[in-house]
Structures are given as structure tokens and as C-alpha cells.
Design a protein around this ligand. Structure first.
Ligand code: GAR
Length: 316
């Protein structure tokens, strides 16, 4: 299993970061923490991450505009080849540009049962309101503060005589359990065969007169009553890989692609020189690129009339 590369952004103690980090030590955890970054060079969590052998990055926000600081953090994330960002007590309001760049790939933990009590002093507010439970939520980050689709929540009972500190301490225990589980489920989702097949299916069936059949146990796509232009290899003979197979021009292109990126491309067994296998189970799939591969492959087998019709449509 290729693990998803996660960065954790912290501003303070970093106990959630630690929980994510230790959960990631399990062999079957689908993510690894490769970077811990902060706007506060003195954040205690940075020292812990360093001691655990994780790369750290800190850049104070003082004197910088929100956009400038977010830009510096973004560059650090890109340099570390990060796929997912986990905010864990990162006490910064993020610029819409930064949020946009990480849309669907940035999670946050918040110490309340959202949509209740966004912002600060969540435990006081829950106690004052006479709620039976406080709790915590993990959600995807959108432009609005503590908003965005909720991925998981844990309610925590409020006891008679509770104060914010006592409740907060129990909520923190719940946070540590919840965050790693939700993050693991979220990153694993994009590596499941069902998810990957569905992504390919949507793009393949968008091509003219395309249909789907099963061939030798593989989902495959062709032109109705015509030839096939794509196959999906799912753990073929137990090779542990999920890959899209598309047509290419021949041996030269095949060798060039494999040479260029031997992890991503390989020669599919039994298919010969006219096909290339593109791994989909490595994460970071370029789905527009996949759509282009499918279109190119479709074009190479489409009857001339149909391809010409496509050209005409393309001209308008
Ligand atoms: C956590 O309780 C987290 O939910 C909260 O900050 C604390 C950080 O603790 N986050 C927010 O309030 C974000 N709106 P930690 O540094 O020990 O993980």
C-alpha cells in the first residue's frame, strides 16, 4: 500500500498532531505524517515532531499579510509533496486562495458538535447553554470558518459541575480518537478500487458511443459494438496494482513513458506494445490527464466517421 502524504499544521501544543502521528505508526494506517508545520516557531508540537524524526517547518506570520503567509506555507507543503493537510489547532484564519488550492484535501478538527459553537470558547458555551453533550467534529475546510462538510463527530457527555477545563480535557481525548480514524478513512477512500473505477467510468462513458463491459474480470470500455479503448486492471494475478490500460502509438512511446516515470507506467502483460498501464493506486492522480488518455485511446479505435464527427464538434 502506498501511503498518503499528510502535513499537520499546528500553532500550539500539538496533542492532536501527536495522536495522528502515533496512529500512523500502525502498519495498516493509510497515511503517513511527512511534515509538521507551524506559524509559531515555539510551538511545543514542533519539538515533539522533530524528536520523532518528522520534518518540521515554521514561519511566523508577524508582519506578513494573510496571503503572503499562506503562500509561504503552501510552498512548504508543495516542496514536501503533500497530498492532504490536517489542521490541528492551527489558529489562523486562512485566505480563500489557500483554501481553494487545498479544496477537498484539507481537514480540520474543532472542539464542538458543529454546526454548534464555531470559533472560540466552545466548552463554556456548551455548558452555559445547558447542553447534555459537548464534543468534537472533523470537517473539510471551506472558505467559511469552522464550516464545511462534516466527516465525523464524537459527542462527549457534560457532567454535573463540569467546567470548561474539565470538559475540554475529556473532549481532547475524544478528539485524539476521532481525528486519526476520520483522516484514515478519508485518504483510504480515494485509493479504493470502487472509487478509482468510478472516476475512470465517468470519464470513459462521457466519450461518444462508449459502453462498459467486463472482460476477464476487468471493467473495460469500448465503442458500442466496436473495439475496446480502456481496461482497468485490478490486482491482476495478485500483483497488488490498480491501473488504467489505454492504447498508445507503439513500443517507442511505451518505452519513453516507462523511462520517464517507472513507478507510474508499466507494460501491461498480454497486451503488447500498443498499450500502456497507468497506475491509479499511487495517489495524486491527475484526473484531467486520465480523461485525455481515454480520449486519445478512444480516438485511436473510433470508426473514422465517428472520429470526424468529434473533430467537427471540437471546432465549434
Ligand atoms: C484542539 O482542542 C482543537 O480542537 C482546537 O485547538 C485544540 C488544539 O489542541 N482547535 C480549534 O479550536 C480550531 N477552531 P492541540 O494543539 O493539543 O491539538
Amino acid at each position: 500500500m502506498v501511503k498518503a502524504r499528510v502535513a499537520v499544521l499546528i500553532s500550539g501544543t500539538g496533542t492532536n498532531m501527536a495522536a495522528l502521528l502515533y496512529a500512523a505508526k500502525a502498519a495498516d494506517c493509510p497515511y503517513e505524517i511527512v511534515l509538521v508545520a507551524s506559524n509559531n516557531p515555539d510551538a511545543a508540537g514542533l519539538k515533539l515532531a522533530e524528536a520523532e524524526g518528522i520534518a518540521t517547518f515554521a514561519h511566523p506570520h508577524k508582519g506578513l499579510s494573510r496571503e503572503e503567509h499562506d503562500g509561504i506555507m503552501h510552498d512548504a507543503l508543495i516542496a514536501a509533496k503533500i497530498e492532504f493537510v490536517a489542521l490541528a489547532g492551527y489558529m489562523r484564519i486562512l485566505s480563500p486562495d489557500f483554501v481553494g488550492k487545498w479544496e477537498g484535501r484539507m481537514l480540520n478538527i474543532h472542539p464542538s458538535l458543529l454546526p454548534k459553537y464555531k470559533g472560540l470558547h466552545t466548552h463554556e458555551r456548551a455548558i452555559e447553554a445547558g447542553d447534555s453533550h459537548g464534543g468534537c467534529s472533523v470537517h473539510l475546510v471551506t472558505a467559511e470558518l469552522d464550516d464545511g462538510p462534516i466527516l465525523g463527530q464524537t459527542p462527549v457527555a457534560i457532567l454535573t459541575g463540569d467546567n470548561a477545563d474539565r470538559l475540554g480535557a475529556r473532549v481532547l481525548i475524544a478528539e485524539h480518537q476521532l481525528y486519526s480514524r476520520v483522516l484514515a478513512d478519508y485518504v483510504a477512500r480515494e485509493r479504493t478500487p470502487d472509487f478509482l473505477v468510478q472516476q475512470v467510468r465517468e470519464r470513459a462513458l462521457a466519450l461518444p458511443e462508449a459502453d462498459e463491459v467486463v472482460s476477464h474480470g476487468m471493467p473495460c470500455f469500448g465503442i458500442i459494438k466496436g473495439k475496446k479503448f480502456a481496461y482497468i486492471s485490478l490486482d491482476h494475478h495478485g500483483d497488488g496494482k490498480i491501473a488504467l490500460l489505454v492504447k498508445i502509438s507503439g513500443a517507442e512511446e511505451q518505452a519513453m513513458l516507462i523511462d520517464m516515470n517507472p513507478d507510474r507506467y508499466y507494460r501491461p502483460a498480454y497486451f503488447g506494445d500498443g498499450w500502456i498501464a497507468i497506475r491509479l493506486d499511487l495517489g495524486e492522480n491527475d484526473w484531467d490527464g486520465i480523461a485525455n488518455w481515454l480520449a486519445k485511446s478512444w480516438r485511436s479505435i473510433a470508426p473514422r466517421k465517428l472520429a470526424a464527427m468529434m473533430d467537427l464538434i471540437g471546432e465549434f
